[in-house]
Design a protein around this ligand. Structure first.
Ligand code: DGJ
Length: 754
């Protein structure tokens, strides 16, 4: 149903409803599917107070139209009673003539104009020189779990449609904006966010965010929120690993996995992005996220629109651990392309660390035979199979099989792999081009560049300008052919550099900066089309490790590669950091050689397997060099992993001991969604003589049910009962005998049938 401002009073009188004060009846909303009539819909509109209210999961979110016609956040926090009165949005009283009434209001989506002094969501300039944009509520419509609210400029025919969607289970809300230029002149968007999230005013907030660099991704950072701004972002054209587009804001200053209020969110965008956290003069905290405004300009000719990405956010009062679990659940059930039907990650073998660019038919077949004997389910040939690709100096762009390495094409190897009972996967890096390639020789203008300016290489390659339709069509065509001509079931989609010189010289100068949006839109479109045409093909997002992990790419891919760093001890920190924002069910982790190539550290095969079993298990070692004992160990772990992977990949994750800040000891526990199994992994990077490993108290079990444990690896302290209640394991806990350096244990708890 659609409402507009002018029809408001009539609508109220006609319905005679006063939500929030008298009757908790649904207003102007379609009832949620299959809900009993007595259950209030998740999205409601209170016409008397011009208030929108979302209730889902453990969250209530409300915003309304103030007396000036602006849209303001009224409440975001723990779920309220259905009939709790929230009242109308009020114009903020301001502070002085410098911060006048309304200038610091918790705006839902502020245009830069009028008296706004806070960070705007939308800043634009017009062909006639006007730069003032004041957005007022105009109309709305509610359609089940989606709400669209239209804002309009007070003078110009510019509309901004805000879209709100709600996940009924986690209470995570998605917000985005569609900017429409209905004027007769060009409007250039200088800055556009997807949404701003306003927290209750407060002085006791801490911001958690993720930083990193190649082979050192996923470092969790904390800083107090004080007056001023914190900017997270990427100007790299891609998500990047320097910051990840995720945040969590905790109240009370204390780090707590299980208690305390946390507001958290993530931006679904794989291009240059920006999340800014402000605390204003009234100590109000506001998180604004969207396109990175640096070098941004998106010109809208009359009639054109710009659709922003989605900025998701949620709330919990149960600590950062629960915030992560809500994100995990949301990603697995709502974001991933297969959603509820998402398949468990198969145990994978990848050739990269074993053979690098020296892939050939005979060598890969030998690896495939060895992998199959270990219980591997998917065999992936990494870089080096195409063009003149013998090193990272040449070949990107020439996606034809290298006939010296594979004289009969890929078919014999694929047949072999599939004959061994495994699916076949292939590495590609489709957005890139080596200057030393036939493609570049034919189309030097296809790379991002400015005319008559140098082109900076990274890993000897340039970035193809996917914003160009001909380039996007070429990339789609190449991949479509590859998938049509070969029985490929998996693509590892890599991306190994940032943008530089992001020019698009063959469109008009005022259109060129659209590259930041058009490139990513086309990338998403290519993957979407490939998935539609080849529905059996799964895709991994890799960017030299974890430089392209975000909810945007996750909506189109099945798993991600968090880091090129495969050292199992470093990986504990990397994987721990990853799980604050993203689900273990998409996090691939390989067992590789020892000493590890990244840091020369030696570790046991047990330690390596247990570290990798915390996510989607893979093997990346040169398994042709493994001894019979190592093969037997690997077979045992792979078989064990298959028994617990559903719990690890789909269950609820509890970070019992964090390896953060290089801590020596760490432990995670995953509990299956039906509560029948819990899997505990415990690690010690470095031991002190005679020191006892901390008692691990489990979480998330049914206190009344009984659980029996078995060891995957390691030893429990003498006197540990084989079976006890959930209450026992959660309160008395389990003591593991872990001593020395780089030691680990794995324990499975199975619920005993009553
Ligand atoms: C970077 C990836 O992260 C590695 O796993 C590997 O695929 C190489 N690229 C291949 O060039």
């Amino acid at each position: 149903m659609r409402h507009s401002r002018g029809k408001r009073c009539a609508a109220v009188l006609a319905l005679g409803l006063l939500f929030g004060t008298v009757a908790p009846l649904p207003l102007a909303a379609a009832p949620a599917a299959s809900k009993a009539a007595s259950v209030a819909p998740r999205i409601r509109y209170d016409a008397a107070h011009q208030l929108f209210r979302i209730d889902a999961g453990q969250v209530t979110y409300a915003f309304g139209v103030d007396a000036d016609g602006m849209l303001q956040t009224v409440y975001w926090g723990a779920r309220l009673a259905t009939d709790d009165p929230l009242g109308a949005a009020r114009v903020s009283p301001g502070h002085s003539s410098f911060d006048s009434p309304g200038s610091t209001s918790p705006q839902e989506y502020a245009g830069w104009g009028g008296r706004i002094t806070i960070e705007p969501d939308l800043k634009a300039h017009f062909a006639d020189g006007n730069r003032d944009l004041v957005l007022h509520y105009a109309s709305h419509r509610i359609d089940g779990d989606a709400l669209d609210v239209e804002l309009r400029d007070i003078r110009l025919d510019v509309s901004v449609w805000l879209r709100y969607t709600v996940d009924p289970v986690t209470g995570i809300i998605g917000r985005s904006a569609r900017i429409e230029n209905h004027t007769a002149q060009a409007m250039t968007v200088d800055q556009a966010s997807a949404a701003s999230w306003n927290l209750p005013a407060g002085d006791d907030y801490s911001l958690r965010y993720l930083t990193g660099s190649w082979a050192r991704e996923w470092r969790l950072q904390t800083r107090a929120i004080v007056p001023g701004a914190t900017e997270l972002g990427s100007r790299r054209g891609t998500t990047g690993d320097q910051n990840n587009p995720w945040f969590a804001i905790e109240r009370g200053g204390q780090w707590n996995e299980e208690h305390g209020e946390v507001w958290f969110g993530a931006l679904a965008w794989s291009g240059s992005w920006h999340i800014r956290v402000d605390q204003d003069v009234l100590h109000q905290v506001r998180v604004t996220g969207g396109y990175n405004p640096f070098d941004f300009a998106y010109r809208l000719a009359p009639g054109q629109t710009l659709q922003t990405p989605v900025f998701y956010a949620g709330y919990t009062s149960d600590g950062i651990g629960e915030a992560s679990r809500l994100m995990h659940r949301f990603e697995m059930n709502t974001v991933l392309p297969q959603r509820a039907d998402t398949k468990l990650r198969p145990v994978l073998y990848n050739s990269w660390e074993a053979t690098e660019f020296k892939v050939d038919e005979a060598g890969q077949e030998k690896l495939a035979e060895a992998a199959a004997k270990l219980g591997v389910e998917r065999f992936v040939v990494d870089d080096g199979w195409f063009g003149a690709r013998n090193s990272d100096h040449a070949g990107l762009g020439d996606w034809t099989v290298n006939r010296e390495k594979f004289p009969h094409g890929l078919k014999p190897l694929i047949d072999k792999v599939q004959g061994l009972g495994m699916s076949f996967g292939l590495w590609v890096e489709p957005e890139m081009i080596n200057p030393d390639s036939d493609l570049y020789r034919a189309h030097p203008d296809w790379a991002l560049h400015f005319n008559d300016r140098p082109r900076s290489e990274g890993r000897n390659q340039l970035v193809l300008n996917l914003a160009r339709k001909d380039v996007a069509d070429y990339v789609y065509g190449v991949l479509d052919r590859l998938l049509s001509e070969n029985k490929i079931q998996f693509l590892k989609w890599d991306y190994n550099r940032n943008w530089t010189e992001p020019g698009w010289p063959d469109v008009a100068p005022e259109e060129q900066q659209k590259v930041y949006v058009a490139f990513i839109d086309n990338l998403y479109d290519i993957i979407r089309r490939l998935r539609a045409k080849h529905p059996g093909v799964e895709i991994e997002s890799c960017s030299g490790g974890g430089a392209r992990v975000d909810l945007g790419i996750m909506g189109l891919t099945d798993e991600v590669w968090p880091s090129d760093n495969t050292d199992p001890s470093d990986r504990l920190s990397i994987q721990d950091g990853f799980t604050y924002a993203y689900a273990p069910g998409v996090m691939m982790a390989w067992v590789t050689g020892s000493p590890n190539w990244v840091n020369n550290r030696k570790s046991s095969l047990d330690f390596r397997f247990l570290s990798s079993m915390q996510g989607g298990l893979g093997i990346g070692a040169n398994i042709l060099e493994w001894t019979p004992e190592e093969n037997a160990t690997a077979q045992r772990y792979v078989a064990e992993y298959k028994r617990i992977r559903s719990t690890v990949q789909r269950g609820r994750l509890y970070r019992l001991l964090s390896p953060r800040d290089e801590a020596r000891q760490s432990a995670t526990e995953s509990v299956s969604s039906d509560g029948t199994q819990a899997v505990l992994f415990a690690f010690q990077r470095q031991g002190y003589e005679a020191e006892r490993y901390p008692t691990l108290r489990l979480r998330g079990l049914d206190p009344k049910a009984r659980y029996r444990y078995r060891l995957i690896h390691g030893e429990a302290a003498e006197g540990t009962p084989v079976e006890a209640s959930g209450a026992y394991w959660m309160n008395q806990g389990i003591d593991l005998k872990i001593q020395g350096d780089l030691q680990a244990a794995g324990v499975v708890f199975e619920r005993v049938r009553a």
